[in-house]
Design a protein around this ligand. Sequence first.
Ligand SMILES: C[S@@+](CC[C@H](N)C(=O)[O-])C[C@H]1O[C@@H](n2cnc3c(N)ncnc32)[C@H](O)[C@@H]1O
Length: 504
Amino acid sequence: PEELTSHLQKCTRTAKLCSGFPRSVSLDMLKVGHLHMYCLLLLYSHIYHLITCSLVCFLAGQTLKMLVRMSQAKKILEIGMFTGYGALSMAEGLPEDGCLVACELEPYLKEFAQPIFDKSPHGKKITVKTGSAMDTLKELAAAGEQFDMVFIDADKNNYINYYNFILDNNLLKLRGVICVDNSLFKAKVYLKDTTDSNGLALREFNQFVSSDPRVEQVASLSLIMSAYLVSVCQSEVTDDEVFRGVQGRPILDRMRLDGKVAYVTGAGQGIGRAFAHALGEAGAKVAVVDLDKVKAEAVAKELSLKGIKAVSVTADISKSDDVQKMIDSIVSKWGAIHIGCNNAGINMNSASEDTSLEEWDQTFNVNLRGTFMCCQAAGRVMLKQGYGKIINTASMASLIVPHPQKQLSYNTSKAGVVKLTQTLGTEWIDRGVRVNCISPGIVDTPLIHSESLRPLVQRWLSDIPAGRLAQVTDLQAAVVYLASDASDYMTGHNLVIEGGQSLW
Ligand SMILES: C[S@@+](CC[C@H](N)C(=O)[O-])C[C@H]1O[C@@H](n2cnc3c(N)ncnc32)[C@H](O)[C@@H]1O
């Protein structure tokens, strides 16, 4: 507010309006609660005309800022900057990584505005291009620039040229808007016998816009500014879901998981922790499930720190009671389960001739029986909802026999996870539940740093075309994709992410 106050004072001075502007009044005072008091003061000081002009300037700026916020614009083009008051107001509405290009004919106005921009935390978003706006537009078009919003507010007789150039040269993004200021030009536009060249130019421009077949909608923005908004459609394109996005959502939006409820088992570390973060970052609420209470709580806390709604659940997924309790607790907390990541698993090594039934049973109890119980319990909820995404963690070991380590029960259990996935994936899809699995290659997790496995790393590397082990982060996009609506046609699939290892 301080920077804006001083800027406003300088602007009004430049506009020769400020002789009576009370310097002690801060913009904060202009907020609703103080507005009446402020206006009374102004009346008493007999300068209300001058102040009205200042207020118009302030309200116009606030209107522009609100428009930027509401449209979620990130890139703005302003044609005609003047003192930079409008530019700074719009910049305030932009996100941190937003930017505004301001075209201004007069270099002295850049000199005037730049120091004020430099003082504001939002000024760094503004780039001023001096010279003829049309030259700048050509430069921007040649560089392939595109804007979410264009504010036309320079020489009135050129409005029509700016408007056509912007549309003909793709400077406005799809779903972008053009904001046109001074469209009534002191009501001159309405005076039948006006000879005012600006009034006549704007009358012609308004008529052109109203009959332009590219225009989708025109909306009056603000009486204070006599501005209107124009949104355009591109009639020559194939206006289908490929062009506009499914339900109007472009591809990355279709991978968002906002409003979805997810759980991840084995999420206290490694792959599960990475899955929990990825799903949460994509917008889902996440139940972090692990046998180890402390680890589950720690990961849930990490998610909360990132603003993700998270809860920790302690469960041994090899026990049916624990599995049911886990599902019940999530449903009672969040009312649904949309995404189930059955990731918990164990790996033991022994030569097949020595594999004990204990090792076999333990591995199968977690990796296959446990995964089945989770699929079944979550699946029952999802089938009732008519919607669900189950993502099981299988392994590259479902395809090849990794060596030289010996892990019969692990390989066999993971092959079982793939068949479980294929069977459920085809059985449930007609009721809205998709079941897929991810088969990671050798992942760089604490598991492989055990004394017995560590010496094998060099050997594995020579088997991996990618030349490195997988990081848990290499798997994150896949889980988000499989959890999202973008993968709705995929079911019973085994998505292998192993740096090419299974191909050698
Ligand atoms: C109405 S003021 C802009 C006010 C500003 N948009 C705001 O909201 O604070 C018009 C500005 O357009 C500039 N201008 C006029 N003709 C121009 C041109 N051909 N190219 C670039 N700027 C031009 C003028 O120098 C003047 O500063």
